[in-house]
Design a protein around this ligand. Structure first.
Ligand code: ADP
Ligand code: GN1
Ligand code: MG
Length: 354
């Protein structure tokens, strides 16, 4: 780590380098120098992201683009290039390291504490989408190919059911039937993308509240972080995944399924924050935001079910049926989102008009 730090032109000599934050993917450290300057140092997770070069070229392009357009430097992450002028350093052991300026006096919430937090989270992702609308999305590499290609996720589910490598398929017939019964609706978004009815945008793909930094004093959104999954996609993916995670009444692994519903008030707050910050979406994009919430939730359930059938290789589990329970909560939430669809469609239209 010391050797990695030496590759970057930091202001002063390093006095502190300690583990920081509670991210699940990368190893993150807070670095401080004798001149009182702070940085974030990260070892990139190569198992999740084998194409570090592609990933870092995405991040370099996106941070430069955002940095040139935000109204305050704290509203965009700034990458520190190595002494050799590269966006990351690969050490002799093959570990890859990157450094960002530390966003000072910021907080990273693990969950929504007040409704205004969700508004701020929406505002941050809406602003990200709005600014990145001018960026040529097709020049970004797909760090995880077919990430939100829902028909492809269904194909993978079918393969897992036929292979039934763990002998678990018989125990989850009801869940498989549920997923298959909604397959056509689940494929709508991808069909609209393929037909060109929805524009390809720069999407973040991990739009959770803990990937937004807020100002410690005012609680206002500062910037979006964790840009590893930035890829070409649809605005509805990011909107939908935020709703899936943030506007649910229960945790992703709640066992009492009757507790899992959509909080329509939180849906409305998110819609308002997102559309207040982003005014460049097409009419079709706005109309399909609620479909995004339904699709991302169902798709996530399909991914959990597939992983359960395949023996839990992808999502970390704490007990044997963890992925099955996660699948069930997502299916319950998707069904509830579907029940509310007329109301949700009205909400996004009203928020877009204001
Ligand atoms: P992971 O992919 O592992 O979730 P993140 O990139 O989200 O990693 O970073 C992990 C944590 O580090 C964040 O939750 C946040 O608390 C902190 N963090 C990341 N970047 C910065 C930054 N530029 N300034 C201040 N804190 C940061
Ligand atoms: C994963 O790593 P984490 O928890 O931020 C997954 C998301 C899922 C989420 C479900 C790269 O996100 O797509 O929605 O789990 N990220 C990746 O909890 O697969
Ligand atoms: Mg993160």
């Amino acid at each position: 780590m010391k050797e990695a730090l030496q590759q970057f032109p930091l202001k002063g000599s390093v006095t502190v380098c300690e583990p920081y934050g509670s991210g699940h993917i990368n190893d993150t450290y807070r670095v401080e120098t004798d001149e009182g300057v702070q940085y974030i140092l990260q070892r990139i997770n190569r198992h999740v992201f084998p194409d570090v070069k592609g990933l870092m070229s995405n991040i370099a392009a996106v941070t430069a683009f955002l940095g040139a357009r935000v109204s305050h430097p704290r509203e965009a992450m700034a990458l520190v290039y190595t002494n050799a002028g590269a966006p990351y350093y690969e050490d002799p052991a093959g570990d890859c390291w990157r450094v960002y300026d530390f966003v000072t006096d910021s907080v990273c919430l693990q969950k929504i504490e007040r409704p205004s937090d969700f508004y701020e989270c929406a505002f941050a992702f809406g602003r990200f989408q709005g600014i990145m609308a001018q960026f040529p999305a097709e020049t970004l590499c797909e760090t995880i190919p077919n990430f939100h290609n829902t028909p492809d996720r269904y194909e993978k589910l079918r393969r897992a059911v036929s292979a039934d490598s763990m002998g678990r398929a018989d125990g989850v017939r009801e869940e498989i039937e549920f997923a298959l019964s909604l397959e056509q609706e689940a494929g709508k978004l991808q069909a609209l993308r393929m037909s060109g009815a929805l524009p390809t945008r720069v999407t973040h793909n991990d739009t959770k509240i803990n990937n937004v930094l807020m100002d410690q004093q005012s609680g206002k959104a500062l910037c979006v972080i964790d840009l590893d999954t930035v890829m070409p996609g649809l605005a509805a993916y990011d909107f939908g995944d935020s709703i899936r995670f943030g506007a649910a009444t229960a945790a992703e692994d709640e066992e009492d399924l009757s507790r899992m519903r959509l909080d329509v008030d939180l849906f409305e707050i998110y819609s308002r924050g997102y559309l207040d910050a982003c005014d460049n979406l097409t009419a079709t994009e706005i109309e399909t935001l609620p479909l995004g919430a339904f699709t991302m939730t169902l798709e996530c359930g399909v991914r959990f079910l597939t992983d359960y059938l395949e023996g839990d290789h992808y999502f970390k589990i704490k007990r044997e049926d963890h992925n099955l329970i996660r699948c069930q909560t997502q299916f319950a939430l998707a069904a509830d989102i579907r029940r509310h669809m007329p109301r949700l469609n009205q909400i996004v239209l009203d928020c877009a008009k204001k």
